[in-house]
Design a protein around this ligand. Structure first.
Ligand code: HEC
Length: 248
């Protein structure tokens, strides 16, 4: 009989100094649908002494006003959702808005000392609206992976690259069901951008050899490599259904 593998569940560790975990919660839509309603309810229900949310929502929107009314700190950023369009001007505008949006998020994270991001990848929507463009992002992610990441994370994403035996802690194994399906893509964006030194709870740089990829890759390249990790392993990012239930 085959031994059942134990699933490792990793949860965000609290900052060491007892300060609340600072979470940036992103919503790309500001009109109140079911997802936005549960977003607001989740933020309202958080135990503030342990988790301090910052809402990142479109400016001058109903969600913007409701968050402010609930005394949740708000950062108003226009994060446009990708809409299907063949008009090159519309597309160019969307790419620019996405880029500025992700820059704005990086800046907010620095200023507000954010520990964790809750939201969605700006390119994930393409999977449904533009399969060809989505594929291109995945392929770009594959190239980025095999020029930067496989040394440690392995040829087959198993965390067993040629440097893996030399480092402690060991590189993440993306085939492990406790890693990719347990988090949203924005969490990995943050982990890849900040690397080992960026871990809020691990203290001094040098605890993990995972590099701070924001120094070497663009934001879009980081999103692309994340798309590749999911596409290649077949896992789906964690999403939150209405009512805050986790779905895999
Ligand atoms: C020099 C070795 C090394 C390289 C190169 C490297 N990593 Fe890592 N990575 C690590 C180690 C070690 C860890 C585990 C410790 C940690 O979480 O910081 C890790 C952790 C991670 C995690 C966090 C997983 C989790 O469960 O929190 C992600 C995501 C990740 N790496 C992605 C990448 C990507 C994408 C690249 C290429 C752009 C890359 N890594 C390149 C060593 C490396």
């Amino acid at each position: 009989m085959r031994r059942k593998e134990k699933t490792k569940v990793r949860i965000a560790k609290m900052p060491a100094d007892g300060a609340p975990l600072r979470v940036l919660a992103i919503s790309v839509t500001g009109a109140m649908g079911g997802a936005e309603r549960s977003y607001l309810e989740v933020l309202r229900a958080l135990p503030r002494e342990r988790i301090a949310p910052v809402a990142c929502v479109p400016p001058d929107s109903p969600l913007d006003r409701l968050c402010a009314a609930a005394e949740i700190p708000v950062e108003s950023v226009n994060l446009r959702r990708f809409r299907r369009s063949t008009n090159p001007f519309v597309l160019a505008g969307q790419v620019k808005a996405l880029y500025q949006g992700s820059r704005a998020i990086v800046d907010i994270c620095k200023e507000q000392k954010i520990d964790l991001i809750h939201g969605e990848s700006p390119f994930r929507g393409l999977e449904k609206t533009d399969a060809k463009a989505f594929r291109e992002h995945v392929e770009n992610g594959r190239r980025i992976y095999y020029s930067n990441c496989f040394f440690c994370h392995g040829d087959a994403l198993g965390g067993d690259g040629m440097y893996a035996h030399a480092v402690n802690p060991v590189p993440a194994n993306f085939q492990d069901s406790g890693v990719l399906p347990n988090f949203q893509e924005t969490f990995f964006f943050w982990r890849i951008a900040k690397g080992g030194p960026g871990m809020p709870d691990e203290g001094a740089p040098g605890d993990s050899v995972m590099p701070e990829w924001e120094r070497f890759l663009t934001n879009d390249e980081i999103w692309d490599v994340i798309l590749f990790l999911y596409a290649d392993t077949g896992y789906r990012p964690r999403t939150f259904e209405e009512g805050g239930e986790a779905k895999h």
